[in-house]
Design a protein around this ligand. Structure first.
Ligand code: GDP
Ligand code: MN
Length: 396
């Protein structure tokens, strides 16, 4: 799960990580009020979306008066912001963060991630940070250092000093850097984070260290025990189909293709996507309906898959072990009737009660394409996508 920059900074404040003074605003009026209260001569107006690259995309603006804060906010809120990390249509901006602007002497990069290979929280740091970090990583990889943390003892001072020295932080900055890094580590560990990225970690003209930007991601599998984190979830930033699928206990991930997939079991769902690709098709989604696929679940699965207007055919692939093919078939029939499904539906059933399942489909009077093997089913579904397109053209 991702959170917004303003939320991440509020969390960081609780850990005494220095961040600029500021607050979130949902409207031009609120932005002006925040600016008045800050009572400084320079402000930064930052679009709050779950995507980076805002600096280069026009989502970070310096303002020199409350009037300029109003203008910058007005230009951001209520519009999509397109950055290198958003979709081509951009991400709709609903709020901005208004902060006191700081005078930056230098920008560094500091991140904490979980390194799966070593199974350790690992620091990634670079003495050159800011909006060009991707280029630096590509062209000068030697400038990036890593430091793994032993979970038994936690992040130690000498490790922080080593990283700080690499970041060319010396003198009074050194103890400040150690304190900041240890606080970030605590924040990471205490909240089951999987990523904390501070870019830039700014050195100010008056020699302070400041987390000028903060990106945080949390472990979805641990979120149940962190209600103060799950409360920060912003559904507006997520694919509505994925949100709805989650609410119905379905494992759905939206993709770019046109073959909708309804499958039981994650492994079989992956294999189904592979089979579609093998026949030169593209899956519109990954969907695992799980073990006990009740008629309600199957209906919900159809509804969510068909919310995607790119879907030109649906492939239902059920291998029933614990499941029963006849129950799944009843679900399919019910979904087809309730939702008045217009695209071709290919069904491949195998396993427990397969004959009864096929009978349910045959007796429904509805039109299905049926296949006995996954390979046949995938080929049929891919072929059906072009059929559906031709069909549509005739209707137009
Ligand atoms: P991102 O592009 O989405 O990662 O957004 P950031 O929060 O990192 O902001 C992008 C850039 O804006 C930073 O790298 C800074 O150079 C600049 N910036 C952000 N806040 C300030 C500020 O308070 N003062 C100055 N001078 N520049 C800032
Ligand atoms: Mn940044």
């Amino acid at each position: 799960m991702n959170i917004h920059e303003f939320q991440a900074k509020e969390l960081l404040r609780q850990y005494s990580v220095p961040v600029p003074a500021g607050s979130v605003a949902h409207s031009v009026e609120q932005a002006a009020a925040v600016a008045e209260e800050l009572d400084v001569s320079r402000f930064v107006v930052k679009a709050q979306i779950h995507a980076g690259g805002r600096g280069k995309g026009g989502g970070v603006k310096i303002a020199h008066s409350v009037e300029e804060v109003r203008a910058a906010t007005d230009a951001m809120i209520g519009r999509p912001l397109i950055t290198a990390q958003t979709s081509p249509q951009g991400q709709f901006v609903r709020r901005v963060l208004i902060e006191q602007a700081v005078d930056i002497a230098r920008e560094a990069y500091f991140g904490l991630v979980i390194d799966r290979a070593s199974q350790r929280i690992t620091i990634i740091a670079c003495d050159g940070g800011g909006v060009d970090i991707e280029e630096t990583a590509r062209n000068e990889p030697e400038r990036i250092v890593r430091e793994a943390v032993d979970p038994a003892v936690g992040l130690l001072d000498f490790q922080c000093r080593k990283v700080a020295t690499h970041l060319k932080l010396g003198g009074k900055q050194l103890p400040a850097a150690v304190k900041l890094m240890k606080a970030l580590y605590r924040c990471f560990r205490d909240n089951d984070a999987v990523l904390i990225e501070v870019n830039p970690l700014a050195v100010t003209l008056d020699n302070r260290l400041l987390a000028l930007d903060a990106k945080m991601q949390f472990d979805d599998n641990a979120i149940y025990r962190r209600p103060h984190i799950s409360n920060l979830r912003d559904f507006d930033e997520e694919d509505p189909k994925e949100v709805e699928a989650g609410a119905h206990g379905l494992n759905y991930i939206a993709l770019e293709g046109n073959v909708g997939c309804i499958v039981n079991g994650a492994g079989l769902a992956m294999a189904t996507m592979d089979a579609i690709a093998l026949h030169d098709g593209k899956p519109a989604n990954f969907l695992d309906v799980g073990g006990g696929a009740s008629p309600e679940k199957v209906t919900n699965a159809f509804r969510i898959v068909l919310l995607d207007k790119n879907v030109k055919a649906v492939l239902v692939n059920i291998f029933a072990g614990i499941n029963r093919c006849d129950w799944v078939a009843e679900g399919i029939v019910r979904a087809m009737r309730e939702l008045k499904v217009k695209v071709p539906v290919v069904v491949r059933l195998a396993g427990t009660n397969v004959e009864q399942g096929r009978a349910v489909l045959a007796q429904s009077g509805l039109k299905f394409l049926t296949a006995n093997t996954l390979d046949d089913a995938a080929a049929m579904a891919v072929r059906a996508t072009s059929g559906a397109t031709a069909h549509e053209h005739i209707h137009k």
